[in-house]
Design a binder for this molecule. Structure first.
Ligand code: IVH
Length: 685
């Protein structure tokens, strides 16, 4: 085949692929590839079409915004098409966009607005004489689906607005399912034996595009309005920012994290800040949308195809990809849990190649019906270990193997399932989803225990990584965490180890010595008691004098502590009932690792001692989430204003009682904005 025919063939193939994925994404709400991979295909096609323009046809998927609407809903024509956005994947691409924009405007600077690009579903809402009359999906940009009845069920969509509003206007926004609601929905579906959604976006789209609005109504959907489409019969502000403020005043929900900037440097900072913090958001965001603020300037810039020149999506590094799952293997965790994990065909996610991913537990694998040989979606978000989201069932060829843990660890010689590391017996406690190796001396358990003990934020002993801890264990230098403190007696022998010169041994011993002074909270955390994480360790350290005091406390006393439930109390009691653990404690005491509660212990967290009460609706998150944030920073959240209340956070439609009581007591009041700023400031401390 000659070159031109080859290109033609390639374009044809790409078009077919993209059309197929468009259909899966927009119509079936069940994609087979990640957004990043989809973008990649479109990018390839665009490049070819640019290079060989005579192959560019009007029906090319690069020439339209989404998929055609589903007939069953009825069609809504968009008088002004709903545009899509061009992407920038690097600082350089963003800078290029900005330079081009300035050049076209023949200017040196232009004001910009940054918003989160929420991963949901674009909708248009039309209001006539103050009433919501039509709600539609984007569809192909020109014609969308009429989903008015469904959108009416979303509580943050105003059904009517002030009569002062323009006689007829359209707003556009993103409907989404908060991450917490998404997990709840999937759990519920799994319990009912229904297929789960791959991500919040699919769940939101699947919920909104329901022929039965009652189903939509049961889903905890939310919306952020991100622009005014058009307005008739009344003048509206002439910048994007002021329009959003105006829409807010009409009762629309606008993202409080939106920000206005005067330079591209500030945009870059905003983007970096949110890359690092995006996990803390209640919704999924896949980038930052950067928009030219002045509407006149926007009109001057216009659009190319279906992408405006006045806005761009600055994408966060991808978090999802698809690949083949080669095998399900089993590792032994710190508490003896047998954890299935996936061995993958290596795949790049956000610039990092991943070969393994977590599968959580037995039930999870079964529930998601993940099989060996399956094509799967994997996800790597923030610092978390990559996880397998679920299989792509449509790609099965029939050769995939269902997974069974007991079969995998069955030891033929012993005639029973056995721990894959030490061969000990395996049990599954009633009501639990995990199997456990019963041997607390199992090398895998001990090694993970050491890794936790030395970790940053715990006893913080630099210089002991995975490989040294396993050497120390295997060579018999240590048998448990407390033995670390007697390593100084083995200085000479340590120097004989591979890669351990005099200097690194001395550094290590010094680091171990320094760690003796860590706080009680850190030591409690370092013990690795099940269900006792960082926050719980802090709480316990503020209640108990030292490890003896904690050890001797009865379940009753533990349960009296606010925040300690039966599960945690039982786990603590069990921990101190085990002779091996008591032996470790004694060794620690002898070594001088015996911190006492310090008066500052409770005050280690930035909001310690601060009591908050929240009244009214908050825009950024639900009251429960707000309370969690406060607690996460060491503060307390109460329901009623008392003398002890430090701050009353006042949301929309606040309760009159709390307000007047706070007024009478002179309690400091915070607007939502001030509250968010305070959290942000404290979080940085
Ligand atoms: S502005 C012309 N702002 O991203 C401007 N879009 O690829 C078009 N999206 O269809 C949209 N958050 O579904 C805009 N703050 C935001 C957004 C946002 C999410 C989605 C929207 C749109 C797609 C563009």
């Amino acid at each position: 085949m000659n070159k031109v025919n080859q290109v033609k063939e390639q374009i044809h193939r790409l078009k077919e692929q993209i059309n197929h994925h468009n259909y899966r994404y927009h119509v079936l709400d069940s994609p087979e590839i990640s957004d990043a991979e989809y973008d990649q295909l479109v990018c390839e096609l665009k490049q070819l079409e640019e290079e060989y323009p005579y192959f560019l046809t009007p029906d090319s998927p690069t020439q339209r915004v989404g998929a055609a609407p589903v007939e069953a809903f009825g069609v809504v024509e968009h008088p002004y098409p709903l545009l899509s956005l061009g992407n920038a994947f690097s600082e350089k691409e963003l800078a290029n966009w900005y330079t081009r924009t300035l050049r076209m405007l023949d200017d040196e600077q232009v004001d910009l607005v940054c918003e989160h690009k929420i991963d949901g579903l674009a909708v248009a809402l039309i209001y006539v004489d103050g009433k919501l009359v039509t709600g539609a999906t984007r569809g192909d940009g020109f014609r969308g689906e009429n989903i008015t009845q469904n959108l009416r069920t979303i509580r943050s969509v105003p059904l009517s607005v002030s009569r002062d509003a323009p006689a007829r206007f359209e707003v556009r926004g993103e409907v989404f399912l908060p991450v917490a609601g998404f997990h709840r929905l999937n759990q519920e579906r799994a319990r009912e034996g229904q297929p789960t959604f791959a991500n919040p976006r699919n769940a939101a789209a699947g919920s909104v595009r329901q022929l039965n609005p009652r189903i939509t109504a049961r889903r905890p959907l939310d919306i952020y309005i991100y622009m005014l489409g058009y307005a008739e019969g009344k003048a509206v502000p002439d910048t994007h920012w002021d329009r959003l403020e105006y829409l807010k005043s009409l009762g629309f929900k606008v993202n409080p994290h939106n920000a206005r900037f005067k330079s591209i440097k500030e945009v870059e900072d905003y983007y970096q800040r949110w890359i690092n913090n995006r996990e803390s958001l209640p919704y999924e965001a896949d980038g930052v949308v950067v928009k030219v603020n002045s509407v006149t300037r926007q009109e001057q810039l216009g659009s190319v195809g279906h992408e405006p020149r006045w806005a761009i999506a600055y994408k966060f590094p991808a978090v999802e990809a698809t690949t083949r799952l080669k095998e399900i293997a089993i590792s032994v965790g710190r508490t003896g849990t047998l954890n299935p994990y996936a061995i993958l065909e290596p795949v790049k996610v956000g610039g990092v190649t991943i070969k393994q991913a977590a599968l959580h537990n037995e039930d999870d694998v079964r529930r998601k019906d993940i099989r060996e040989g399956d094509w799967v979606t994997v996800r790597r978000a923030g610092e978390v270990i990559p996880e397998v989201v679920g299989p792509i069932v449509s790609k099965r060829i029939g050769k995939e193997k269902e997974y069974n843990l007991l079969e995998k660890i069955f030891d033929k010689k012993k005639g029973r399932p056995a721990c894959p590391v030490c061969g000990a017996e395996v049990i599954r406690p009633e009501g639990e989803a995990m199997y456990y190796c019963i041997n607390t001396a199992c090398p895998a358990q001990v090694q993970h225990g050491i890794e936790l003990f030395v970790a940053r934020g715990v006893m913080d002993i630099r210089g002991i990584g995975e490989s040294l801890s396993s050497t120390l264990l295997n060579e018999g230098f240590i048998h448990d965490v407390a033995d670390l403190y007697s390593l100084k007696e083995k200085r000479d022998a340590l120097m004989q180890l591979e890669k351990m010169g005099e200097k690194s041994v001395d550094n290590l011993l010094a680091a171990i010595e320094v760690s003796k002074n860590r706080s009680l909270a850190r030591l409690i955390l370092a013990l690795g008691i099940r269900h006792v994480g960082g926050e719980m360790a802090q709480l316990l350290a503020s209640e108990f004098e030292d490890l003896d005091d904690l050890k001797n406390s009865s379940s009753e006393r533990l349960l009296e502590i606010e925040g300690v439930g039966p599960k945690i109390a039982e786990s603590i009691t069990k921990f101190f009932a085990q002779p091996e653990n008591l032996k470790i404690m004694e060794k620690l005491r002898t070594a001088g690792v015996w911190p006492k509660r310090t008066p500052t212990e409770a005050a280690e967290l930035p909001l310690a001692g601060m009591e908050f009460v929240i009244t009214g609706r908050l825009e950024a998150f639900s009251r429960e989430v707000a309370q969690e944030r406060v607690k996460g920073l060491g503060g307390t959240a109460k329901d009623n204003v008392t003398r002890n209340t430090n701050y009353l956070v006042v949301g929309e439609d606040p309760g009159g009682g709390k307000l007047s009581r706070a007024g009478a007591l002179g309690t400091r009041q915070l607007t939502e904005e001030e509250f968010l700023a305070l959290l942000e400031e404290k979080r940085r401390q």
